[in-house]
Design a protein around this ligand. Structure first.
Ligand code: GRF
Length: 201
């Protein structure tokens, strides 16, 4: 199977995925890294790893749908089977999601359904939660909503700062996301309504 990673920024999750592919833990080819942001550090990481990059700017398209359509055309040309969103800061149109049904994964830095949105870590820290975490889920038409694949809790200590919590969360993401992608690539994830069953390998 061939897959693409979508990233808008730093790309630390992308890096963890690249390394898991290199170690042979994810048995799929990371064929394309896509970004909506020319300055994304993620694109540099991809180039350094010898992975093809694609960058399209939303402002060059009249509508969200024409933008997404153009991305889909490129992905289909590359023979992409599934997509891992890793810090991709745009909401995919229903059109896009329908083109890759149950074939888009996302990492979110909170225990969904709590603290959806772009500021999952900051919002949960500011709210004063004692436990937060990481969620890996399938993407559907609603934001941060699709069936949950893996979740792991992270404790918020008395001395916690936003910076230390961010670091803890990222550490878990970098372990959990490659694991979920590997399960998907091995055909071990079965979606039943909102539930995701993990089949034995
Ligand atoms: C991660 O915390 C991810 O959960 C969220 O955006 C952040 C991306 O970080 N969706 P990076 O670009 O992978 O370093």
């Amino acid at each position: 199977m061939k897959f693409a990673v979508f990233a808008s920024g730093q790309g630390s999750n992308l890096q963890a995925i690249i390394e898991a592919v290199q170690r042979g833990e994810i048995k799929a080819e990371l064929a394309v890294v896509f970004s909506d942001n020319r300055k994304a550090h993620a694109l540099k990481r991809a180039q350094e790893a010898g992975i093809k990059t694609l960058c399209l700017c939303r402002k060059d398209y009249a509508t969200k749908q024409s933008y997404d359509r153009s991305i889909v055309i490129h992905l289909k040309e590359e023979g992409i089977d599934f997509i891992a969103l890793a810090g991709y800061m745009r909401i995919l149109t229903p059109f896009f999601v329908k083109e890759f049904p149950k074939r888009i994964l996302n990492v979110h830095p909170s225990l969904l359904p709590s603290f959806k949105g772009a500021e999952g870590i900051k919002d949960s820290f500011t709210y004063g939660v004692k436990v937060t975490g990481v969620t890996i889920h399938f993407v559907d038409e609603k934001m941060d909503h699709g069936p949950i694949i893996l979740q792991e809790a992270v404790k918020v200590s008395e001395e916690e700062t936003l910076e230390s919590l961010t670091e803890k969360i990222h550490k878990v993401e970098h372990r959990l996301y490659p694991k979920a992608i590997a399960l998907f690539a091995d055909g071990r994830l079965k979606i039943k309504g909102r539930k995701v069953e993990i089949l034995n390998g």
